[in-house]
Design a protein around this ligand. Structure first.
Ligand code: 3H9
Length: 709
């Protein structure tokens, strides 16, 4: 909505009131998204008082200025002591108003924003409105009456599903589910709101309080059954999450208690969620995901035009990247060395879409439209007009350099030349051509069309608008970009190498891979490290180990178990066995006694007397290795801030989002304890367990990683 200027008298900053005939128009104007900060809450209270005190006012129209109705409670306030008036009180005040209150919604009406609307007596939504109660995504539940008012207007099942999914409804969906009463027409929410409110007043519409709707309690036994069923489902699917079960608890209580009792109960449950470490982790993730976009090169620098993309290489990675770019609506030209390889590349692209069609998630027409933007060639000259080219060929420096020489020859000036290498030195690639300023790393994760993380690896000579273009591409591809510096493995794989080594050490010291996997699953990972290795293919890690062999310190501990397994051709799922057995192509593996024998033999060879480690110790060691290398990566400027490491691990490595990321986890666990763990482990292996200078410094200064964000 345009910020309108009727005859306004500011009540309190961020909430303006203005008269329009018999209506008091109350506008929340708290950029960027009208979050319900303390001042906004006070402003809303004052506006209600004003409406009631003025006998010329017959009704209230409530709306948001700018691009949102209200995006919810002010998330930045959580974690501090609550300031009066708290939002449930504000919602009750709105609902109690003796004159009809009409909410006119445009843009997001989320969380507390929708709760404010539900406390109003009538609701209108404009096209493009997004309505939802996404609190679970922040480890919370709707805490301003949402768990009680939403079931009253839309029914128990629909309301619980809305709250548990956290999804945003369209205006039309909200109308169908009776969350709103009217769809607004046009684009001007003020005009649509005024016209609806005037109509209501003209028809003598009464004050209609959501709290008084009792029909939702009918068929009590059925509602209880529905909740029971949903609860079982939640327990199965989101095992470790705290707040979804609290949502169900709050709604169930609402079926048993009076409205006021149920509100008090909701508040108790809400405060339990506020106090939970999951809330802290999830809100950290929310802000970190926005902060990663703020990198120095992108500030005040316009990206280069980006209307067409080239992809060199049609293997799994190249095809996945091509799909990702096609899905974003851009044309793609794929280059391969010969017709056969090109046909394979096209096949790999089509395979993704055919899979979607088989599942009924794509029509033949939609596929045809996407494929119409896909072209192929065996000649690099086909890339002459591409704005950006991503190379995804075999991981070998000479091969990469040959590709870049071709790109240098054919690409137009100012084309961005990107490599998808996972570990090769991008400085060396950039230096091999005449335009190093145009070269950047775009490290996609497999499957590239699915995985959210995109490491944007910035070599020293890259020009700022090349970095800005890479970030702009990430936004178009709906990826989560993280800026990384050049080193072996960048942020993610570099840290992975270290905690994977710690896992190998533990395996040789006495844990089975199955115990380690189980401990990390219990920590919150969807899979343990050995399951991941089996899924990715053991041959990949094997190749990396061989590559690193020459640079490995001769006195560094090296566990050979993985090599013994790979030497047998056991590369994981694709070969039917790895650390686990996959009988008859099973997707979930079962423990393999022969692997345990191999491990035993290796322990004897390495002269190790095995001793079991409790799960708690496994987690401590695994996390200490991850955090320590994370600190090194920040210390060396490979990651800009600890939060960049967090986003990398949450979006690329399955780190449980509710723990915020490894560095947030470290802050919550306590850096002093992390350092203590490292010093304890160093007694056994001082070479491997060298505390990061950054970690030591932070502990000395009594600071945490958050202080560097
Ligand atoms: C709640 O309501 C609890 C209640 O039930 C009970 C209370 C007692 N607060 O995402 P964007 C900032 S819990 C503070 O880039 P978009 C955001 O950090 C809340 N700040 O834009 C960013 O700042 P910056 C339930 C917020 O257009 C800027 O706004 N609500 C909040 O892509 C722009 O954000 C939610 O969970 C907030 N609530 O998406 C909704 N929201 O520019 C959370 C945003 O400094 N928000 N900011 O980086 C969203 O889902 C998206 O931000 C939204 C806009 C869809 C609104």
């Amino acid at each position: 909505m345009k910020r309108h200027h009727l005859l306004t008298q500011p009540v309190i900053p961020f909430v303006h009131t203005a008269r329009s005939g018999e209506l008091l128009v109350v506008t929340i104007d708290h950029p960027p998204v009208n979050a319900l900060s303390e001042e906004v809450r006070r402003g809303l209270m004052a506006a209600m008082d004003q409406a009631e005190a003025d006998s010329n006012v017959k009704g209230v129209l409530l709306l948001g200025a700018g691009r949102a109705f209200i995006a919810g409670a002010d998330i930045r306030e959580f974690g501090r002591p609550p300031m009066q008036p708290i939002l449930p009180v504000v919602c009750n005040r709105i609902e109690a108003c003796r004159k009809p209150v009409i909410a006119a919604i445009h843009g997001p009406a989320l969380g507390g924003g929708l709760e404010v609307a539900l406390a109003a007596h009538y609701r209108l939504a404009m096209p493009g409105a997004k309505l939802g109660l996404p609190e679970v995504q922040l480890g919370l539940l709707p805490g301003s009456g949402g768990t009680q008012r939403a079931p009253r207007v839309m029914g128990v099942e629909a309301a619980v599903n809305l709250m548990l999914s956290g999804r945003h409804m369209t205006a039309q969906e909200a109308l169908t589910s009776q969350l709103v009463d009217r769809l607004g027409e046009g684009t001007d929410v003020l005009q649509a709101g005024l016209s609806y409110a005037r109509e209501l007043l003209a028809n003598g519409a009464p004050v209609r309080r959501t709290r008084d709707l009792a029909a939702f309690k009918a068929d009590h036994a059925h509602q209880m059954d529905v909740l029971e069923k949903i609860q079982k489902d939640v327990e199965k699917k989101s095992r470790a999450l705290f707040s979804p079960l609290k949502v169900i608890e709050a709604v169930r209580a609402g079926l048993e208690m009076s409205f006021d009792e149920a509100l008090a109960n909701e508040r108790t449950l809400f405060l339990q969620c506020i106090d939970s470490p999951q809330r802290a982790g999830l809100i950290h993730a929310f802000f970190a995901e926005r902060e990663v976009l703020k990198v120095p090169e992108v500030k005040n620098v316009a990206p280069r035009p980006l209307a067409s993309v080239g992809v060199v290489g049609g293997g799994t990675m190249g095809a996945g990247i091509a799909v990702s770019v096609l899905d974003a609506g851009l044309p793609v030209t794929m280059i391969e060395r010969d017709d056969e390889a090109l046909a394979k590349g096209r096949f790999n692209v089509e395979k993704v879409y055919n899979g979607l069609m088989a599942k009924g998630r794509m029509t033949a027409h939609a596929k045809a439209q996407l494929m119409a933007r896909f072209s192929t060639s065996t000649h690099y000259d086909a890339l002459a007009h591409a704005d950006l080219v991503i190379e995804a060929v075999f991981e070998e420096m000479s091969v990469k350099k040959a590709v870049f020489a071709e790109l240098d020859r054919v690409c137009k000036p100012n084309a961005v030349l990107a490599t998808n290498t996972s570990y090769l030195d991008i400085h060396e690639i950039a230096a091999s051509i005449a335009r190093p300023q145009d070269v950047i790393g775009l490290h996609f994760f497999s499957p590239a069309n699915i995985m959210k993380l995109l490491e944007i690896v910035v070599p020293e000579k890259a020009s700022a608008d090349v970095v800005a273009t890479a970030f702009s591409l990430a936004t178009q591809l709906k990826k989560m970009p993280v800026r990384a510096g050049v080193c072996d493995g960048f942020i993610g794989n570099r840290i992975l190498a270290v905690y994977r080594a710690a896992a190998d050490h533990m395996m040789e010291d006495g844990c089975s891979p199955y115990e380690i996997d189980a401990a990390m699953r219990d920590f919150g990972y969807p899979m343990g490290p050995f399951q991941v290795s089996d899924l990715a293919g053991g041959d990949i890690g094997w190749a990396t180990r061989k590559r690193r062999a020459s640079t490995r310190a001769p006195n560094a501990r090296y566990v050979q178990i993985a090599d013994r397994i790979c030497e047998r051709g056991w590369f994981g799922q694709k070969s039917g066995r790895g650390y686990y057995l996959y009988p008859d192509g099973a997707r979930t593996g079962v423990p393999d006694p022969e692997v345990l024998q191999i491990i035993d033999t290796e322990r004897i060879r390495a002269n190790i007397k095995p001793s079991a480690l409790p799960a708690e110790h496994i987690v401590r060691k695994y996390m200490a290795a991850m955090i320590n290398e994370g600190a090194n990566v920040v210390h060396q400027g490979i990651a800009l801030r600890p939060l960049d490491v967090d986003v990398t691990f949450v979006h690329g490595y399955g780190f449980p989002r509710y723990r915020g990321g490894p560095m947030k986890y470290a802050d919550m666990y306590g850096l002093e304890r992390v350092l203590g763990d490292i010093q304890e482990f160093a007694k056994q292996d001082p070479l491997f367990w060298q505390p990061s200078p950054l970690l030591v410094k932070l502990v000395e200064d009594g600071k945490d990683f958050a202080s560097l964000n």
